[in-house]
Design a protein around this ligand. Structure first.
Ligand SMILES: Cc1cc2nc3c(=O)[nH]c(=O)nc-3n(C[C@H](O)[C@H](O)[C@H](O)COP(=O)(O)OP(=O)(O)OC[C@H]3O[C@@H](n4cnc5c(N)ncnc54)[C@H](O)[C@@H]3O)c2cc1C
Length: 410
């Protein structure tokens, strides 16, 4: 009889694992509140309509020979090898038995429990977040176009603040800049002079994981693009209209996007499994989850952002999650024995910084500017998971280039 593999998650690690595992050898059950895979590297481009939402997702039901349940995993009953789930919609609780469990639930946005962040800011993690941001951006412009507003009111409504200077924050600021240059100047001409993009970062600089020269280059380009950078700034409170900083200053805003990093999901916190200080699951180099000192579960595995390798930390990126998912599927296909341990192959990092310029921080090459932008686009195009996605994204880029971004709100 085939063994039953239960996979909580439909992200990079889960999707790669489910795609590659031999369905003749294992029964696959995927449980996730999200019934699609999301290509996050292009998510910032959807917030202003450079790319359309459906172009970067792949329905999980397009995978052959899997069973899928749209639900949250809530708890694990390790002794009786069961996972407790809750249906998204009806809140119905049900249980699923497993022979092997492959945890791939990623992480959630970290608010650091700062007052007002959860209530008033926008996250950028899921497609639904990007959709909310796009609607809000257009609302800000339409609201600021109404008659009877003072100059100050318009300025406050059109201040787009991003908190977090990592790749996601930088790419969102870059997309906002492009939107202002290409579309606002034509479609909301009279408002252009009031618009401001502000990037708040607690560290002294942005893109901490990138090479120093690339970081400096980005700061220079952002200055030229008039993106206001507030470094060494700490937010301590957010209200519906204002951001309060540790140094006593305040900043009114129209939109606040919060991208300061991630923390563990409630499922991981409540799993009863051993976690490190950051709330991640320890695994060995075969992705067995740590049980106690020197001992690992034989039937519980974990991959992706929610994990940390005991042999040494590697970055929590899509690249890592994908390599881990593929590796684990090959390990399963080999019968879970006599297999070489996982080794991360660093292919480098890319980021878009606006004005048709990108950064490439590769092991043997550091690139900037337009040529790197072309490389950035072609690299992500090849990484998109289906032919349909590739065609749609090329179509979106061409459409945006020829006709501009669509500012309809619905
Ligand atoms: C906007 C953005 C841009 C990014 N850009 C890049 C980039 O350019 N390059 C790069 O390498 N990385 C990038 N990343 C990081 C990358 O997306 C993550 O490292 C990667 O997605 C991690 O994969 P994962 O499988 O661990 O988790 P995820 O891909 O986050 O997937 C987690 C899955 O688990 C599901 N889930 C959550 N809770 C539960 C639960 N309780 N039960 C069941 N399922 C659950 C979620 O719905 C989701 O399907 C970006 C991330 C974001 C948000």
């Amino acid at each position: 009889m085939k063994k039953k593999v239960v996979i909580p998650g439909t992200g990079f690690s889960a999707f790669s694992f489910a795609k590659k595992i031999d369905k003749k050898k294992y029964d696959i059950i995927i449980i996730s509140p999200r019934n699609h895979f999301l290509f996050t590297p292009l998510l910032p481009s959807t917030t202003v309509g450079t790319i359309e939402f459906r172009s970067i997702i792949e329905p999980i039901r397009n995978l052959d020979n899997i069973v899928y349940h749209q639900a949250y995993c809530k708890n694990i009953d390790i002794k009786s090898k069961k996972i407790v789930c809750e249906d998204n919609d009806t809140k119905k609780i049900f249980e699923i038995n497993y022979d092997y469990l492959v945890i791939a639930v990623g992480e959630v946005t970290n608010t650091f429990k700062i007052e007002g962040v959860k209530e008033y800011s926008f996250f950028l993690k899921e497609l639904a977040d990007a959709r909310k941001i796009r609607t809000k951006v257009i609302d800000c412009f339409e609201n600021a176009s109404l008659p009877g507003l003072s100059e100050e009111e318009k300025r406050n409504m059109l201040r787009f603040v991003v908190c977090g200077g990592g790749p996601t924050g930088v790419e969102f600021a870059a997309e906002m800049h492009d939107f202002i240059e290409d579309d606002v100047k034509k479609k909301y001409k009279e408002l252009e002079k009031y618009v401001e993009v502000v990037l708040i970062e607690a560290r002294a600089g942005i893109l901490a994981t990138f090479d120093k020269k690339l970081r400096e280059y980005t700061m220079k380009i952002f200055k030229r693009q008039k993106i206001k950078m507030m470094m060494k700034s700490f937010v301590f409170k957010v209200s519906d209209k204002k951001i309060f900083l540790m140094d006593g200053s305040e900043l009114s805003y129209g939109l606040l996007v919060w991208v300061t990093g991630n923390t563990s999901t409630d499922f991981i916190k409540n799993s009863g499994l051993m976690l490190n200080k950051q709330g991640k699951l320890f695994t060995d180099n075969y992705f067995h989850v740590k049980k106690e000192e020197e001992s690992y579960y034989e039937d519980i595995f974990a991959v992706g952002d929610c994990t940390v390798l005991i042999s040494g930390e590697i970055p929590a990126t899509a690249q890592v999650a994908q390599q881990e998912g593929f590796y684990l599927a090959r390990f399963f296909n080999a019968g879970l024995k006599n297999y070489k341990p996982f080794k991360f192959r660093n292919l480098g990092m890319l980021a878009y910084i606006g004005d048709h310029k990108a950064l490439a921080d590769l092991p043997k090459f550091k690139g900037t500017g337009f040529k790197t932008f072309v490389f950035w686009r072609s690299a992500y195009l090849t990484k998109l998971v289906s032919l349909k996605n590739k065609i749609l994204v090329v179509f979106d880029w061409t459409k945006t280039f020829l006709f501009g971004r669509d500012v309809s709100n619905f």
